[in-house]
Design a protein around this ligand. Sequence first.
Ligand SMILES: Nc1ncnc2c1ncn2[C@@H]1O[C@H](COP(=O)(O)OP(=O)(O)O)[C@@H](O)[C@H]1O
Ligand SMILES: [Mg+2]
Length: 254
Amino acid sequence: MTKIITISNHKGGVGKTTSAINIGAGLNKLGKKVLLIDLDPQANLSQNLGITDSNRTIYGALRGLHGLEPTSIKPGFDLIPSTLDLSGAEIELSGEAGREFILKELLEPIKKKYDFILIDSPPSLGLLTINAFTASDEIFIPLQAEFLALQGLTKLVEVINKIKKRLNPSLKIGGVFITQYDSRKVLNRDVVEAIKNHFPKEILSTSIRDNIALAKAQTQGLDIFRYNQKSQGANDYLSLSKEILKIKNFKKPK
Ligand SMILES: Nc1ncnc2c1ncn2[C@@H]1O[C@H](COP(=O)(O)OP(=O)(O)O)[C@@H](O)[C@H]1O
Ligand SMILES: [Mg+2]
């Protein structure tokens, strides 16, 4: 069965886009068919994979101009790209009936082709994020291991609970994981303890270390496995992908 996951945290710069790309690439490396959806008007995910000139974007699909027509990155690894015009979508769609369900409906005819659909979300909790949550089975939350990492999260959990109650009863937090971790910093270690106390059940055992290769890969339009298989970043995202796969298998009904 297809698992639809949104990577979400309304704080910017916490590693959502980097995680969507590299968990996607990691799951693909483990033999899974993966579709990435760039649902951020900043289109960082699309740019970071070198896709900047598509005329089959998430914006066109949400506006009803065409269906979801994925662009292939490599075998079993596809993308629905974004563009800046997506920034107008929240207002343009705000008067539509069932506006929270547009993405869910668009995914219906193509989702069976994939094992995982990963949605990268914008740093806000508006209609685009609500569409992502309504379409998803699980939300994964990346947290930067820095001071104030937990600030504002109550709001995110509140929104998740509202969507669960009103629009998507089976939605759950699939996991919380730490990014940009530097074991040499005492503060980092303290923050990790605070995060573990706050999310004792949801915290994943893999943390993503601070690793320059992850940023460099993006400037070349590559995921970390094609950029440098041997980097810490590749190692960390592969273990995170394995962990996510285990959660999936664990929860699969018999
Ligand atoms: N583990 C990491 N190590 C080093 N740099 C990282 C790491 N994760 C993300 N970055 C860099 O930090 C910046 C913000 O990451 P990004 O994934 O774009 O965050 P978000 O999508 O939450 O705004 C980017 O420049 C990215 O290359
Ligand atoms: Mg981003």
